[in-house]
Design a protein around this ligand. Structure first.
Ligand code: G3H
Ligand code: 13P
Ligand code: ZN
Length: 328
């Protein structure tokens, strides 16, 4: 059944587990996530970015979400807008039936320029007013997401650009976090602790200097009732890098967030763990493997089916490791 983020995360908080929030863009990703949740008896969060909504068509995508709830009635399902860039974007998600929205006011509406604290409070508080009136939860973000290794530089292809942000912008300030939650009334707060989106997060396995676990602990101490969110939480599994590279792809060696660090963060109040890249890699690697082995095939179901299974297994593993399995 469709559930708000607040309900799902309150339950996770009471029982001390974490929930993966999987980005979906099409039938294949949504079905894989739902099958994993059903199979492991878990609640689950599916989320769509603005570009995913555009890609899949709002009307078709929202109908698929409703259909997923109908097809898997036992799975508590939260449908979440990922990185809404304005109150208007969040409002349109609510109009399409999303049960939760993220107002990402850490960046301006262009999705790139770091925003001021006051701007962030204004747009987030406005979103909370319009969402709560309709029973919809809100996630905010404080601090700019980005790797401490590159100063927030984007590295979409593994050839890292160097960014210009210093540690004070890349790490959420705990005092400011409690002010922000009091001023906005958000249900969940995304914190910046050194993770970044995409596959190229770290050039070595991150340790204490690259992942600010102490910042999570301090924010949780000040805000025990606010559910914390980890963005950029993909593990970027080595076996999927190898699968892609063995089948005609080219991914320079890279490191994501180790699963044991995510598990540690759950003990410190992280309740929502955002995962997109790992699913993309599972589907891409499997499709490459199929196409390499079947060069004359143009069977799109043959090409996508192994990847759907690989995504389902990966989702099930995350649901189990984060402790959500059995709580459906
Ligand atoms: O926020 C980042 C997510 O991985 C979504 O990415 O905007 O390419 O859909 P996207
Ligand atoms: P990854 O790129 O690590 O999967 O992060 C996804 C994310 O944070 C979506 O909001
Ligand atoms: Zn994100």
């Amino acid at each position: 059944a469709l559930t708000s983020l607040r309900q799902i995360l309150d339950h996770a908080g009471e029982h001390g587990y974490g929930l993966p929030a999987f980005n979906v863009t099409n039938l294949e990703t949504l079905l894989a996530v739902m099958r994993a949740a059903d199979r492991t008896d878990s609640p689950v969060i599916v989320q769509a970015s603005q570009s995913a909504r555009k890609y899949a068509d709002d009307t078709l995508l929202s109908a698929m979400f409703r259909a997923a709830a109908e097809r898997f009635p036992k799975v508590p399902l939260c449908v979440h807008q990922d990185h809404g860039s304005s109150p208007a974007v969040c409002k349109s998600a609510i109009d399409y039936g999303f049960t939760s929205v993220m107002m990402d006011g850490s960046l301006m509406a262009d999705g790139k320029t770091p925003a001021s604290y006051d701007y962030n409070v204004d747009v987030t508080a406005e979103t909370v007013r319009l969402a709560h009136a309709r029973g919809v939860s809100v996630e905010g973000e404080l601090g700019v997401l980005g790797s401490l290794e590159t100063g927030g530089g984007e590295q979409e292809d593994g050839h890292g650009a160097v960014g210009t942000l210093d540690h004070s912008q890349l790490l959420t300030d705990p005092q400011q976090a409690s002010d922000f939650v009091a001023a906005t009334g958000v249900d969940a707060l995304a914190v910046a602790i050194g993770t970044s989106h995409g596959a190229y997060k770290f050039s070595r396995k991150p340790a204490g200097d690259l992942l600010a676990m102490d910042v999570i602990a301090e924010i949780h101490r000040r805000l025990p009732h606010t559910h914390l969110v980890m963005h950029g939480a993909s593990t970027v599994p080595e076996d999927l890098q190898e699968l892609i590279n063995a089948n005609g792809g080219h991914m320079p060696k890279t490191f994501g967030v180790p699963l044991e660090e995510v598990e540690r963060s759950i003990k410190m109040g992280v309740r929502k763990i955002n995962i997109d890249t790992d699913l993309r890699m599972a589907l891409t690697g499997s499709a490459r493997e199929y196409l390499k082995a079947n060069p004359s095939s143009f069977d799109i179901r043959g090409m996508l089916k192994p990847g759907m299974k690989r995504m389902e297994d990966l989702c099930a593993e995350r649901l189990e490791r984060f402790g959500a399995a059995g709580h459906g």
